[in-house]
Design a protein around this ligand. Structure first.
Ligand SMILES: [Zn+2]
Length: 579
């Protein structure tokens, strides 16, 4: 443990720190609260100031103030170190300046890009007129640091170079990319620039809307920054840094579809609001919701596409045991449109929401009580994770249709539905399906091995990995060994490697780039630790699968299968974790 880590731990009281995220009760030796990492109604999350540690008995995870922050904010160790050092009032520069430069420079670049795009907006009358025409007030434009990117291919690039940034760092920050002809170019052009901030209010990425004059229907209306070491899209809501406290107090999170809706809702005084960024909600989003509120209110755009996307979100929330309510903006396209035309009216809409199940009753039973309509409702009820919610919904359905509950239950049993226990309904954005813990450990090892230019490191972990992760190792190392410049996404492109999963490759290259300046002994140490964890995860998964196999073999009375599973179970080393 480095000196600064030790120093931070002595200076920060872990209970005080965690209390800014989780409500803790109790006094003296231990504090208790609801675990922010899983949904629960009775507290199993314990904080011990004496040992400077936390532990959840529900998820069986725990650690120190660093691991808490990393997990809660989805950030990496160095980012956590920076934040905690700041909080503890410790100067980090003298410990390992190179590390912090590698990471900190990305924040600096994004911050300077925000300033640059803002100054561009001040000079761009037509963009300002457009924002005014959409109903935005000047104080809103200023308060959200809105900006605009110009027409040139390299305006920002030249600005950043003039500020003495390295182009490769600008690429790592996701603002510059190398085009097909191998030239560096601005990623965002002719767009309104909305900066996306992390939980600490620091801008880490952009979501950008095409200016109406340049909207020829061929370019995406909104585009986002690519994934970078600072930004993983599926883990961010736009505006959450501003609204999170208000959401916690309200207990409700109003989720709208784009940054414009978020900003306009905020301007109109409905401030417990966040926006998704052009993607379907993911399980990661659900975890963020769980940490901030009991209930989410989904705003449904007034068109079929909006309604379909909204329904998927409701189903995902049901599968995660989050109360979901529907807010339909009647007569207007979306919340932004409503606020622009009828300032002050959004409050009413958000105050009169409908629980998801009521929305479905009206939607399907409103058409009549035919079998197919009732089945549609049953399919929605089956998705609910909470047996209590399911039971209540069944009672209500029985009352509405005059059909006995038992009959409805039998009918539900006939439907071929993937219930929430089997598999939460989820629209996975294919570019980054959520990683399992094993995958993410493997990815980390691969990044470190790549930073060390040492594929051998990965040899002894291959047996623990899925074939796709094994393949990833081969792709990462084939042809890339021996090139001297620091790895970057553009160098991967340059080598013409066929990349199946570009997002993963980007991430690995980015991370490796960040590690390049670390002491090799330090990296080796981390690799050894990660290998231990990976082995643990592997056997944990295996043990769970075998336990399941044994259970089902017993049920079927299949002696052979039972014996075989037991034999395999005995082979699992005893020093591996059980849960
Ligand atoms: Zn937990």
């Amino acid at each position: 443990m480095s000196d600064s880590v030790k120093e931070i731990k002595t200076k920060i009281n872990i209970a005080d720190f965690i209390r800014s995220y989780v409500t803790l009760a109790g006094a003296g030796k231990h504090f208790k609260g609801l675990c922010p990492f899983h949904a629960e109604k009775t507290p199993s999350f314990i904080v011990s100031p004496e040992r400077q540690s936390w532990h959840c008995f529900g998820c069986d995870i725990g650690g120190d103030v660093f691991s808490f922050l990393m997990k809660y904010e989805n950030i990496e160790f160095y980012e956590a170190l920076k934040i905690l050092a700041e909080r503890a009032g410790i100067e980090l520069r003298h410990t390992n300046p190179e590390n912090y430069r590698q990471f900190g420079v990305l924040y600096d670049i994004i911050r300077d890009a925000v300033i640059y795009y803002k100054s561009e907006l001040e000079r761009n009358t037509s963009a300002i007129n457009y924002l005014h025409s959409r109903g935005l007030k000047d104080e809103t434009i200023e308060g959200f640091d809105l900006g605009v990117s110009g027409s040139g291919y390299d305006n920002l690039l030249r600005h950043l170079v003039a500020l003495r940034y390295d182009i490769n760092d600008a690429v790592r920050a996701g603002l510059i990319y190398r085009n097909e002809r191998g030239l560096f170019q601005d990623r965002f052009r002719n767009r309104l620039m909305f900066s996306i901030c992390n939980g600490f209010g620091k801008p880490v990425a952009f979501t950008a809307r095409i200016l109406p004059a340049f909207d020829n229907g061929e370019v995406g209306k909104y585009i986002n920054s690519p994934e970078t070491p600072l930004f993983i899209k599926s883990k961010f809501f736009y505006g959450l840094n501003k609204s999170k406290k208000i959401i916690r107090d309200a207990g409700k999170m109003f989720i709208v579809e784009g940054p414009m809706d978020m900003i306009m809702s905020w301007q109109d005084g409905v401030r417990n609001v966040v926006a998704t960024m052009g993607t379907a909600l993911t399980s990661d989003h659900m975890k963020i919701i769980e940490r901030h509120a009991d209930t989410c209110i989904m705003s449904f755009d007034n068109d079929p596409a909006g309604s379909a996307a909204g329904e998927k979100a409701l189903d995902l929330a049901a599968a995660h045991d989050i109360n979901a309510e529907v807010c339909t903006i009647r007569d207007y396209k979306d919340p932004a449109d409503l606020v622009a035309n009828k300032p002050g009216a959004l409050h009413e809409f958000v105050a009169h929401t409908k629980p998801a199940i009521e929305f479905y009753f009206e939607k399907y039973l409103g058409k009549g009580h035919e079998k197919k309509n009732i089945r549609s409702v049953l399919a929605k009820i089956a998705l609910m994770k909470s047996p209590l919610d399911r039971s209540r919904a069944m009672k209500e359905l029985s009352r509405l249709t005059n059909i006995e509950e038992q009959v409805l239950i039998e009918e539900m049993g006939m439907l071929n539905i993937e219930t929430s226990e089997q598999k939460p309904m989820e629209q996975k954005p294919h570019e980054h399906s959520p990683l399992t813990r094993k995958d993410s450990i493997a990815e980390r090892i691969i990044s470190l091995a790549y930073a060390r230019r040492d594929p051998v490191v990965c040899e002894d972990i291959k047996s623990f990995l899925s074939s796709s992760s094994q393949e990833l190792i081969n792709i990462v190392f084939s042809g890339l060994m021996g090139d001297s410049p620091p790895p970057s996404p553009s160098s991967l492109e340059f080598h013409g490697i066929l990349v199946k999963n570009e997002a993963v490759m980007d991430r690995i290259a980015h991370r490796a780039g960040l590690e390049a300046s670390r002491e090799s002994e330090e990296i080796d140490e981390e690799i050894q630790e990660l290998k231990k964890q990976l082995r643990g995860e592997y056997y944990k998964e295996k043990r769970a699968a075998l336990t399941e196999a044994i259970r089902s073999a017993e049920k079927r009375g299949d002696e052979t299968a039972l014996e075989e599973a037991l034999r395999e179970l005995i082979k699992i080393p005893l020093d591996t974790p059980r849960t």
